[in-house]
Design a binder for this molecule. Structure first.
Ligand code: ATP
Length: 472
């Protein structure tokens, strides 16, 4: 069993959420969606720097799980699926959160998250604390419905998927037949999911449209427990050593029986110490043969509902032929499921640092891993009114980004000190400064984001030097 102890307050560099939100907006990481129309609750857009950071995080995950393993395939299933998928996955009946209404402020709140919610009349109070009576909790299904095709009737709706996992389960046979994989093997997928959260809040932590990075790892039942344990360690290792989150900001949480999803025999969550407290970043679940078994069941076992829907439910057996025993088996599944947006938020919170410089000025710096940084290098001319320096700086920038291995930018819109601060604040690992000496000896100054130390490097060696330092 994994320790579920969340007492104590030892954590690394946690800043407050407002600071992160304002940095994200000011520097173009994340914006409220449809802001010019007053926004839409629980939906966010990634700006020029945010999309780079998010793509870099997804790339790290994909590279580690698909390219650097021999037992994994990739998939990109559609968001819209046949509605019966969600019936037989159990989501139509059980993907619910308990909801209460306040009879005074008329607000609707998640009954199990009242301490995270604000009263509509007085945001300093939690629901019910305003003296308003709360109704008994009732179940609210979190799946969004949409209309498919031109005829709107009871049978023409579909759900926006609330998890990417089902796209992998229903394609199990397709992947197996087209790749000839042997157990154990996994299928990895990154994509959008949608949940009509009752109270979306805490910036991109709990939103209605988000992205997941999910693996369904298929195995024999007798292997499942050991594989589960090793996946928990593997995923923790990813966040610490690949993404670079501080170990003291991560904890494992053994999810008790009464909190687990309907399909899970065992779940361990990886919690991150966000500014709002310890919260789930990723969940690793042992889904047993629940999903493949459920989608495979024959009509006559499905009872009344199946007779009504006749041939529309899955009759395709999602089984695996085991040559060692000459039997068909329904594989068990270990599922590591991480949220991209919660990953981005953890990276931003973990990387954020403020320090006082010798001259008394404050420096904000995002100390994130170079592989994650939206901009890898900024090329800055010491004097923007010296045409030869400007021309040389622009040529260096063009050369660095040629080949597409790193995002380089040129900036001459402020004095050099201010330009450095701007790049520190968005996590750019290196600044290259072109000065008069550069014109004479073709060397430039390379400044390190974290140490602020400067080194003189020959222009001809610059690209190789940076690629090595960036780990690209
Ligand atoms: P929570 O208990 O916080 O609602 P969950 O246990 O329902 O999360 P899962 O169903 O295990 O979440 O989903 C896997 C991952 O997807 C989560 O660990 C999280 O990173 C991400 N995720 C789930 N719901 C949301 C959401 N509303 N907004 C952002 N990310 C989410």
């Amino acid at each position: 069993m994994i320790s579920s102890d969340f007492q104590g307050d030892s954590f690394g560099n946690v800043t407050d959420m407002d600071t992160i939100v304002s940095l994200c907006k000011r520097r173009g990481f994340i914006f409220q969606s449809s802001e010019i129309y007053g926004g839409i609750q629980g939906v966010f857009d990634y700006g020029p720097l945010g999309v780079e950071l998010k793509n870099n995080l997804k790339q790290l995950w994909w590279s580690r799980n698909v390219y650097r393993r021999d037992d994994m395939e990739g998939l990109d299933a559609a968001i819209l699926m046949n509605r019966w998928v969600w019936k037989y996955s159990g989501h139509e009946d059980t993907f619910v959160d308990p909801m209460v209404d306040c009879k005074k402020c008329k607000g609707r709140f998640r009954a199990d998250k009242l301490s995270e919610s604000q009263c509509l009349l007085n945001p300093k109070l939690h629901p019910g604390e305003c003296g308003g009576e709360l109704t008994e909790p009732r179940n609210f299904n979190m799946m969004f419905k949409t209309q498919v095709g031109p005829v709107a009737d009871e049978d023409s709706f579909a759900y926006l998927r609330p998890e990417t996992a089902q796209g992998i389960f229903v394609n199990f046979k397709n992947v197996l037949d087209s790749t000839n994989r042997k157990l154990p093997f996994g299928v990895a997928q990154i994509g959008k999911s949608f949940r009509n959260e009752i109270t979306p809040r805490n910036f991109i932590f709990r939103v209605r449209e988000f992205e997941q990075m999910e693996i369904e790892y298929f195995c024999r039942p007798e292997e499942a427990e050991a594989l589960f344990e090793s996946w928990v360690q593997e995923r923790l290792d990813f966040w610490v050593n690949e993404v670079g989150l501080k170990r003291e900001n991560l904890k494992l949480y053994e999810v008790p029986d009464n909190e687990r999803a309907h399909y899970s025999r065992r779940t361990v969550d990886i919690f991150y110490h966000y500014p709002i407290g310890w919260e789930e970043l990723e969940g690793i679940a042992n889904r047993t043969d629940f999903d493949l078994g459920s989608h495979s069941r024959q009509q006559d076992q499905l009872g009344l509902t199946a007779q009504v829907i006749k041939n529309e439910h899955s009759t395709e057996k999602l089984t695996y032929f085991d040559h060692t025993t000459n039997r068909h088996i329904v594989p068990w599944v270990i599922e590591p499921s991480a949220g991209v947006d919660r990953g981005v938020l953890a990276v931003l919170c973990d990387a954020y640092d403020e320090e006082e410089l010798e001259n008394g000025e404050k420096r904000v710096v995002l100390r994130m891993k170079p592989q994650l940084a939206p901009i890898k290098v900024a090329v800055l001319p010491l004097k923007k009114n010296a045409p030869e320096i400007v021309a040389m700086a622009k040529a260096i920038k063009d050369d660095l980004q040629r080949g597409g291995r790193m995002r380089a930018v040129y900036d001459d819109t402020a004095a050099i000190g201010k330009l450095y601060r701007r790049q520190d604040e968005v996590g750019t690992p290196f600044c290259v400064t072109v000065d008069f000496k550069s014109l004479e000896d073709r060397t430039v100054t390379v400044r390190d984001r974290d140490t602020m130390l400067q080194e003189r490097v020959a222009v001809d060696d610059l690209k190789a030097y940076l690629l090595e330092k960036l780990g690209l």
